[in-house]
Design a protein around this ligand. Sequence first.
Ligand SMILES: CC(C)(COP(=O)(O)OP(=O)(O)OC[C@H]1O[C@@H](n2cnc3c(N)ncnc32)[C@H](O)[C@@H]1OP(=O)(O)O)[C@@H](O)C(=O)NCCC(=O)NCCS
Length: 103
Amino acid sequence: MKYLFPEKPKKRTCHVADLAVKPSARRKGVGTSLLNYGKEVAKKQGLTRYTLHVDADNRPAFNLYQKTGFRVVTKKKNILARWLLGIKEWYFMSQDLNTATKA
Ligand SMILES: CC(C)(COP(=O)(O)OP(=O)(O)OC[C@H]1O[C@@H](n2cnc3c(N)ncnc32)[C@H](O)[C@@H]1OP(=O)(O)O)[C@@H](O)C(=O)NCCC(=O)NCCS
C-alpha cells in the first residue's frame, strides 16, 4: 500500500500505518493511548515528525488523528488507490514532535 502514496517517510520521521482497535474495545481511549505512546517513543528516539495517511471518508480515524494533534498537509486522489482499495480521497497528516503535547 505504501507504494500508492507519494509522501515517503523522511529521515527522523515516525510514520503510523495499520492502526486498528478491536471493535469491542473502541471508543474507550485505546486509539488515543496507542498514538500517545508512539509519540513518546518517537520523541525519546530523537524523531521530529509524526505522520500518517488516512482515507478521507474514515471519520472515526480522521477525528482521532485531529484530536491527537495531526493536521492535514495534503489531500490527494489516486485512481489506483480507488481501484485497489476503494479510497476516493486520502489525506497525508503530520505533526511536529518538538511542539506536540499529549491529547
Ligand atoms: C479509528 C480507530 C483506531 C479509533 O480507535 P478508538 O480506540 O476507538 O479511538 P478512541 O477511543 O481513542 O477515540 C478518540 C477520538 O476519536 C474519535 N472517534 C473514535 N471513534 C469514532 C467514531 N466511531 N465516530 C466518530 N469519531 C470517533 C473521537 O473524536 C474520539 O474522541 P471521543 O470519544 O472523546 O469523542 C478505530 O475506530 C478502528 O480501529 N477503526 C478501524 C480501523 C481503522 O480505520 N484504522 C485507521 C486506519 S488509517
